[in-house]
Design a protein around this ligand. Structure first.
Ligand code: NAI
Length: 709
């Protein structure tokens, strides 16, 4: 027997006494319903085929199988029989031995498929794992029941609760596979393995029939220990606990019962907000580099040499991002001293990583070698990309860009790292505004993965396309945004933090606001973050903004008053909190200052509920996001989510502010805002887009879907 066409999603052929079933469903051989059905049919054919004495399951293209088809999540297709878990049981029930040929990423349902087989042969560079936990779900096709039986309980707990994959070599060590491929063609090796089984007259070896390697007491102790660790590390996610629960069932339940329970837990997790949020974040990350008016085949400008102007906090961090990616950079300063200081700071940074054992001395030296320091702007002459990171002053920046216009080669991309200034006005001083854009890195630039790519009115499309590609090369997630004060992230941050100040004036304390935000899932609340970043920076921005602030706008002077006392945050040992080391402690001096401010405003301090704190901060964030969409400053609501997930520590389990808004329900948000508006005035007016979507029973997700990509 042979499959009819090589275009079928699953192929079948005989190699002597071995029937070979090959998944042929690009790009990743996902287990879509037609794939599942075809595998089941061919298994039956192999069972009936008297010439076949063993079966190999392999994959065409880059892997054996990429697991469940993520596009089927939350659709009826996922339920079409055989469901993935039925398929694994069908494979395992075969009376002829079945061998999985594993290459490439064989993850999730892909590995579960291999676990349903009786034997496994893998390439050394294959990746095998059960990463379901990272999508907020548990392996639901027998993975939590078979893996511990095969590799041991402890190893399975680690792999399943962390989602971390192993390579072929490690897989052999832990007993996950039975052999390694000699060369690249793992299918040929799997066939040889099967022939050997036939020669030895070996029958099936079913993982479900293997015993767990721990007794109930030792298992229970390990489960308790793991749970305690997860309490500290899981960051509020439920899925790791659900994974643990299901694996733990192997200690007390027979295989079939454990699988039935696994199926129930799986269904619960798939329906959870946590899983929907994580899956949303996953797709949002993939979507973000697609720009509606910039075709994917837009020619890119080659970027080999980069120059960075300014070796301060940002310039140094940006240089490190390039060096970390193996790309050479020239760091330009105004004086040898400034250059020396800049290089010393970079070296200190690397040394800290080295001392923590995360960087070898050789790698550190190699990275330092990639960073060349130069005094004077002439050095930009041979750069393909120039990133300016000098003082945040329009005059200084414009002067630099005038020089760049004169010195940079034709076609070089000229970027500014400004966080507040108008990129168009900087571009306008050059004769080549089409080559100019903003590259807004976040501090510390060598660590933070967000990069706002600021597209000014005249920025050329190939410049944006080139910088989007480049951002991936240097390990950043580039989000294309338009020009406005604060771009997307900082613009949204401002009204959020302002509400924090206001609720403090009305009756809460910084620690209350921070606790509510940390319970929500931010790693640090706004006051602690602001202490960490340095209050003097916010104060400087605030003083600049004071000049344009409308007289009737509510404004809190608390930050300025704290700074006037020389309290600039953690670095001075005091800010919104006082510090013992890195520990933020509530401070009576600050509480007195806050109470005095309430008195001055004639406010009778009241208990501000946690719910109100949360709503006031987060709904302002969402509302500003809606305005940003209305104005076209961001392309998609999901892009805003990416900004907040990567740059501001918004909890991934909530999907980002705009996705969270959808989960709360837009009508609910509008109704709440209207109530606050009655009390606090127009800053609470819902954005037109928010109001319209709410009235139409729609969502930000629908709005995104309606946009042309
Ligand atoms: P910084 O004060 O630490 O560094 C600026 C450096 O630029 C100094 O070392 C200075 O000597 C150098 N410089 C000034 N004029 C120069 C010139 N004409 N040629 C060469 N070098 C010159 O400032 P920081 O914090 O690194 O900020 C730089 C830029 O990055 C600003 O536009 C800022 O708004 C922006 N930014 C800052 C963030 C932060 O958290 N610090 C975050 C994102 C953007």
């Amino acid at each position: 027997m042979i499959s009819k066409s090589t275009k079928e999603p699953v192929l079948y052929r005989n190699e002597g006494a071995v029937a070979v079933i090959t998944i042929n469903n690009p790009p990743v051989n996902a287990l879509a319903k037609n794939v599942r059905m075809a595998i089941a049919d061919y298994l039956e054919a192999a069972a009936d085929d008297h010439t076949a004495r063993a079966v190999v399951i392999s994959g065409n293209g880059r892997n054996l199988c990429g697991g469940a088809d993520i596009r089927e999540f939350n659709t009826p297709d996922r339920q079409v029989r055989p469901m993935t878990r039925d398929l694994m049981n069908l494979i395992e029930a075969m009376d002829k031995p079945v061998v999985a040929a594993i290459h490439g990423p064989t993850l999730g349902g892909g590995l579960e498929l291999a676990l349903g087989c009786h034997f496994r042969v893998a390439r050394r560079d294959a990746r095998l794992g059960l990463p379901e936990v990272l999508r907020g779900v548990i392996p639901g096709a027998g993975g939590t029941q078979r893996l511990p039986r095969l590799v041991g309980f402890r190893t399975a707990v680690e792999m399943i609760t962390s989602g971390t994959p192993v390579d072929g070599t490690r897989a052999l060590e832990i007993g996950l596979v039975d052999g390694l491929a000699e060369g690249d063609d793992v299918c040929a090796d799997a066939i040889r393995f099967a022939e050997d089984l036939i020669a030895r007259d070996a029958g099936p070896r079913r993982v479900s029939e293997m015993a767990i390697d721990l007794d109930a007491d030792a298992g229970a102790a390990l489960v308790a220990e793991t749970r305690a660790t997860l309490e500290k590390t899981a960051g509020g996610l439920q899925a790791p606990f659900r994974c643990l629960e299901s694996v733990a069932n192997t200690l007390t339940m027979p295989f079939a019962e454990g699988c039935a329970r696994e199926a129930e837990i799986s269904t619960e997790t798939v329906a959870s907000v946590e899983s929907r949020s994580l899956v949303h974040g996953f797709f949002a990350d993939r979507q973000v580099s697609k720009i509606p008016d910039i075709p994917a085949d837009t020619p890119r400008r080659p970027i080999a040499r980069t120059a960075i102007i300014g070796a301060g906090t940002m310039g140094g961090g940006i240089a490190m991002s390039f060096a970390n990616a193996g790309m050479p950079v020239t760091l330009i300063e105004t004086s040898p001293d400034a250059l020396k200081r800049g290089r010393a700071r970079i070296e200190e940074n690397y040394a800290a990583t080295r001392d923590r054992g995360r960087l070898t001395p050789e790698d550190m030296a190699a990275r330092m070698d990639l960073i060349t320091g130069v005094v004077g702007l002439d050095a930009v002459a041979d750069a393909d990309l120039v990133i300016e990171a000098v003082f945040e002053e329009m005059d200084v920046k414009q002067a630099v860009f005038r020089d760049l216009d004169r010195l940079a080669r034709d076609g070089a991309i000229l970027a500014t790292n400004t966080s507040t200034l108008d990129v168009g006005a900087i571009a306008a001083v050059t004769e080549r505004p089409g080559d100019v854009l903003g590259m807004h890195f976040f501090s510390p630039a060598n660590v933070m993965t967000l990069l706002e790519i600021v597209r000014a009115e005249k920025t050329e499309k190939d410049v944006i396309a080139t910088v989007l590609d480049l951002s991936a090369r240097i390990g950043k997630t580039g989000v294309v945004v338009g020009v406005c004060d604060g771009f997307v992230g900082n613009r949204m941050l401002a009204p959020f933090w302002r509400q924090g100040d206001f609720v403090v004036e009305e009756g809460a304390f910084p620690q209350d606001v921070d606790r509510v935000m940390e319970d929500f899932g931010f790693r640090m609340g706004p006051f602690r973050v602001s202490d960490l970043a340095g209050l003097d920076i916010s104060w400087a921005i605030e003083k600049r903004r004071a000049e344009t602030r409308p007289a009737d706008e509510r404004y809190s002077p608390l930050l300025g008053r704290i700074c006037e006392r020389g309290r600039f945050g953690q670095k001075t040992g005091a800010g919104w909190y006082r510090y013992e080391g890195r520990n933020a402690l509530p401070d009576a001096e600050i509480e007195a200052l806050i109470v005095a401010r309430s008195d001055e405003m004639g406010i009778t301090r009241r208990k501000v509920s946690d719910e109100e704190i949360l709503q006031r901060c987060i709904y302002q964030l969402i509302n500003e996001g809606a305005k940003i969409l209305e104005e076209g400053v961001a392309i998609r609501a999901s892009d805003i989510d990416v900004v907040w997930l990567h740059g501001y520590g918004f909890p991934r389990r909530r999907g980002g502010p705009m996705f969270y808004a959808d989960m709360v329900g837009l009508p609910e948000i509008v109704a709440t805002m209207d109530r606050y508006r009655a009390e606090w005035g127009d800053t609470w007016g819902p954005a037109t887009l928010l109001r319209e979507l709410a009235a139409a029973g729609s969502s930000f997700k629908d709005w995104d879907a309606g946009r042309v990509d």
